[in-house]
Design a binder for this molecule. Structure first.
Ligand SMILES: [Zn+2]
Length: 393
């Protein structure tokens, strides 16, 4: 059974509205105060407007290095979703997986943060040869923005963690890879005209459509040619246009069009070169547009660039997570996940990383998001095991 303290803390965090568009300071200050009570100081790094913050704390100061428990404090919104209870009023009730905690962020991923915090005293008392770091970030859901500041701050402070466990919902099975998410906006500027005078105009929608076709061609190319990466639901990179807006009337050649698209690249594929291919294609199209209207062309904006993650089943942190998750030596499992996380950023910073946390991504971002109490109990056993570990593997 999950402990009362853990469950209460999870409920407390779910009650705080930390949708990515809002401040997360209530939650950060709460965690800071809880840690302060145990005599632990927190490093806080703020967003540029100081409305949001990351928290980093070390439990076991003085030990040579530590293992990060990483979680994001923000959640996705629930506008338009049909919830059977208030997303901000956590409730334990029976669900498809038995008794479960319902509420926004219960699975993704406030419960992990709550459980890590609930075991802070265990980590302080731990005789493990490594410290435990808590790393709680902002703005993960909109592009992993906060954790970049947090990692830069660690670097500046000379803190070099041994390993990182990202507690995103994987059903407590260690995940060693995920795809990247690279999302962009393209604004197309043409020249408007009466639609009877098309040769004097540049049709922004038509030029945008050519770019959309290019993206579609690229997507078909990935499907046709890319070496398969077994284990992913879609074992090749994908490209997709998610939004398209343009035009004001039937008889006006449109001056403006805008669309957004994304690449979800395999860990073995390079999303930056995919985007470069798009830019090169735009340059060619723009040259022709400018012959009619010098002001015409394309402007690209990066929405987010969340790198893919590729760990290893042989990493000490993967083996540690497998052991703590209660897997037997002869039947150790790993998985791959379809969603992006902060793992790729930790890994790029040179920190061996694994993704392992309670609940299922199938419930994340959904109405009636829940995490089963059985998953929370397993996570608790994992964290207690970490506190009792005498070695890293
Ligand atoms: Zn998440």
């Amino acid at each position: 059974m999950v402990s009362t303290r853990s469950l209460e803390l999870a409920q407390t965090l779910v009650r705080m509205n930390t949708v990515s568009s809002r401040s997360n300071l209530e939650l950060i200050h709460f965690v800071r105060d809880e840690l302060q009570r145990l005599g632990v100081a927190s490093r806080i790094t703020f967003s540029a407007d100081r409305a949001k913050a990351n928290l980093f704390a070390t439990l076991g100061e003085g030990k040579p290095a530590g293992v990060i428990l990483s979680g994001h404090t923000d959640t996705v919104p629930w506008d338009g979703q049909a919830w059977s209870s208030d997303p901000l009023a956590p409730e334990v009730r029976d669900g498809p997986e038995g008794p479960s905690l319902y509420g926004r962020g219960s699975a993704d991923m406030k419960s992990f943060i709550a459980l890590a915090l609930a075991h802070a005293q265990d980590f302080l008392d731990s005789r493990a040869p490594f410290a435990v770091h808590l790393a709680f970030s902002y703005d993960e859901e909109v592009g992993c923005f906060g954790v970049r500041e947090l990692i830069a701050d660690l670097h500046d402070a000379g803190i070099a963690p041994l390993a990182c466990i990202v507690g995103e919902p994987t059903g407590m099975v260690p995940a060693i890879a995920h795809k990247g998410v690279y999302r962009y906006q393209c604004c197309v500027r043409g020249r408007e005209a009466h639609s009877s005078l098309t040769p004097q105009s540049v049709n922004a929608i038509e030029m945008a459509a050519r770019m959309v076709c290019k993206l579609r061609d690229m997507a078909e190319g990935f499907e046709r040619d890319e070496p398969r990466y077994a284990g992913f639901d879609v074992p090749f990179s994908t490209a997709s246009v998610g939004q398209f807006h343009g035009g004001i009337a039937d008889n006006v050649v449109p001056r403006d069009a805008v669309f957004r698209y994304e690449f979800r690249n395999l860990p073995t594929a390079d999303a930056i070169s995919m985007q470069k291919e798009v830019l090169a294609h735009a340059d060619i199209a723009a040259a022709a547009m400018k012959k009619v209207a010098p002001e015409a062309g394309f402007t690209f904006e990066t929405i987010c660039e969340v790198p893919a993650f590729l760990g290893s089943a042989d990493d000490a942190v993967t083996r540690l997570a497998q052991r703590l998750a209660g897997q037997h030596e002869h039947a150790r499992r790993t998985t791959l996940v379809a969603f992006g996380t902060e793992a790729g950023l930790f890994k790029s910073a040179g920190i061996p990383t694994v993704v392992c946390g309670p609940g299922s991504i199938a419930q994340a971002h959904q109405p009636d998001e829940y995490v089963s109490l059985e998953q929370l109990a397993r996570c608790e056993a994992f964290l207690r095991g970490l506190a009792a570990s005498e070695r890293l593997q």
